[in-house]
Write a protein that binds this ligand. Structure first.
Ligand SMILES: O=C(O)CCC(=O)C(=O)O
Ligand SMILES: [Fe+2]
Length: 321
């Protein structure tokens, strides 16, 4: 690899990619976990593949109220149908094809929430959430999306999961996932209680250690419901097999879901320097700027990479503040 400033090959100075253990980087991402008292949650995350952080550790009730109201407002505006927690959902005029027929599947995804309300930016800045995601991604993460799954009572109550088991990670064509590190990880902030009858998420404990996607129907008998009160944060590794149970009760199951990905991947949502306004960056942390990929050095044209943006080893991606 050439030094981008001089374009001269300089193998001595360029050690990116050399597998070295960096205790300072490990401290940087484990330190906040200990400081915030989150060790027990990441312990379960690493052993079972997922973890539940209780509401009192995640955010105050006022924050939960604000983010719930924001999601309900966006749902109402996009669908043209009034949404409230106690009533079943309706995609109305909001069409996206992620779940095929949303009415039949009794759920839809509310995409691209970042620009809908400042409360979504604030959620990205939550210190507990940030510490856990930075720990998993070793500081090499990017925000990939911020969505809400809007889900209600299904008419077609089968004996199986209503969302089949899958992982969120990009696999090889053969379905192999990386063992060494997470290319993605995911988190759901529960805006309603999660119970099996209410259609909670299903996880296969330990499946993150298999390093591959499930085959058709595989693992369903080993899936467990992740029951958690409103305000809980459920976090899982990119390799963890998960799905969801059908909702058997009236009213909404609502969340805010935020996939994170390694900086080398494309983000699901359109973020980056072309879309994140300066005003948003001005009111947010340096971490927010980095996680939004604002200084992504890729996308070179005739002059190659911009030396000001080019990372030296992982320095930029490991910035913590
Ligand atoms: O509906 C659910 O709880 C599962 C959603 C899911 O698979 C995801 O957020 O990646
Ligand atoms: Fe998923």
């Amino acid at each position: 690899m050439a030094n981008p400033a001089t374009n001269v090959p300089d193998t001595k100075a360029d050690t990116r990619g050399a597998p070295t253990l960096e205790p300072t980087a490990l401290d940087a991402y484990y330190g906040p976990i200990e400081e915030l008292g989150l060790a027990q949650y990441v312990n379960r995350l690493d052993n079972f593949g997922y973890t539940v952080v209780p509401p009192e550790v995640v955010a105050p009730p006022e924050f939960l109220e604000r983010i719930t109201n924001a999601v309900l407002r966006v749902a109402t505006e996009r669908t043209g149908v009034e949404h409230r927690l106690g009533a079943n959902g309706d995609p109305g005029k909001y069409t996206n094809t992620i779940f095929g027929d949303s009415k039949a599947n009794a759920q839809y995804l509310l995409f691209y929430l970042l620009f809908e309300d400042e409360v979504f930016e604030e959620w990205f800045e939550n210190p507990v959430f940030a510490a856990i995601m930075d720990y998993i991604m070793c500081g090499a993460g990017r925000f990939s999306n911020i969505d809400s799954f809007v889900k209600w009572k299904t008419q077609d109550v089968g004996d199986t999961l209503s969302l089949g088991l899958h992982t969120d990670g990009p696999a090889s064509p053969e379905g192999v996932l990386p063992f060494s590190h997470d290319m993605v990880c995911n988190a759901a902030l529960c805006l309603t209680d999660y119970t099996k009858a209410d259609g909670c998420i299903a996880m296969v404990p330990g499946s993150h250690r298999l390093g591959r996607n499930p085959g058709p129907g595989e693992g369903v008998d080993k899936a467990v419901p992740v029951e958690a009160p409103r305000g809980s944060l459920i976090v899982w590794h990119g390799n963890t097999w998960h799905g969801a149970y059908p909702k058997l009760t009236d009213g909404l199951r609502l969340n805010v879901t935020t996939l994170h990905c390694n900086y080398a991947l494309k983000t699901q949502h359109k973020y980056g320097r072309d879309v994140i306004p300066d005003a948003m960056l001005a009111r947010r942390s340096k971490r927010f700027r980095r996680m939004m990929g604002v200084d992504d050095p890729m996308g070179w044209t005739t002059n190659g990479p911009d030396p000001a943006l080019w990372p030296t080893r992982h320095k930029r991606t490991h910035e913590t503040n």
